[in-house]
Design a protein around this ligand. Structure first.
Ligand code: F6R
Length: 243
């Protein structure tokens, strides 16, 4: 586990963008696992900036997103697919056919989960998986539980996650109650995993996840076992890590 302390959100975003950029330069046809949320917005902005300056080329890259709300289509502004289009995909030269997000409109849980797992296998797995972390230690939508869920699955969102996500919706009632998420095994099989975290509200969970025991009660803690895991946090997020 490598832990990199960044000064600010911008510094965290640039450092993480450098790692993704290096991955794309070293392997232009790589498979990137991507995340949504507030944390990676600055990182995507940085990558867009480098793309516009001609420093990075996404024409051969494949992306596989972590999760999507069940029931929302990609043109719904609250969907994760829409978020990715707005914050990243429509600003770079990725081929539309190389973009993969769970299909929220496929309500057949078994069919969608199997499709997504096969897709990841067919692409040869994930070269670099980007992650944020929930206040409760979730990664993707792998919520605290008594066991680690391995493959893509459909979850009922916890009340704490619904509350945390309500800021993106008109009101809490509009937050979907279920989501498709890549499982822990798939995340652990990525060749490299990069987590970014910023802000005071992530300080306690980072300490618990990476200085505490490995447990499905704190899903991110499993990353302690990953052979190539890097955490980049800003000063506030790292404030309880005693580094
Ligand atoms: C998003 C995802 C989530 C977020 C986490 C942190 O695709 O999988 O696990 O990474 O909820 O969200 P933010 O970045 O909004 O604090």
């Amino acid at each position: 586990m490598k832990i990199i302390k960044a000064k600010t959100y911008k510094d965290m975003s640039r450092k993480a963008a450098n790692i993704i950029s290096a991955q794309v330069i070293m392997k232009p046809n790589c498979v990137l696992g991507l995340a949504t949320g507030s944390t990676p917005i600055g990182l995507y902005e940085q990558l867009i900036d480098w793309y516009q300056k001609g420093d990075i080329d996404f024409s051969e890259v494949t992306t596989i997103n972590l999760d999507e709300y069940r029931g929302l289509s990609g043109d719904n502004p609250q969907s994760y697919r829409y978020f990715m289009d707005e914050h990243f995909f429509k600003h770079i030269n990725i081929r539309p056919e190389n973009i993969n997000v769970p299909d929220g409109t496929n309500l057949d849980v078994q069919a969608e989960c199997t499709r997504y797992d096969h897709l990841i296998m067919d692409k040869g797995g994930i070269d670099l998986q980007l992650l944020g972390i929930g206040n409760n230690g979730h990664i993707g939508f792998n919520e605290p539980d008594s066991a680690f869920e391995l493959g893509t699955h459909c979850i009922d969102l916890l009340e704490s996650t619904i509350e945390a996500n309500a800021r993106f919706f008109e009101n809490e009632d509009e937050v979907p109650r279920q989501a498709y998420t890549m499982g822990i095994k798939t995340i652990m099989q990525a060749h490299k995993v990069l987590m970014i975290a910023n802000g005071k509200n992530k300080a306690a969970i980072l300490k618990e996840a990476f200085l505490g025991p490995v447990t499905p009660r704190v899903p991110a803690s499993i990353l302690q076992m990953h052979p190539d895991f890097t955490l980049i946090g800003d000063e506030e997020a790292m404030s309880e890590m005693n580094l």
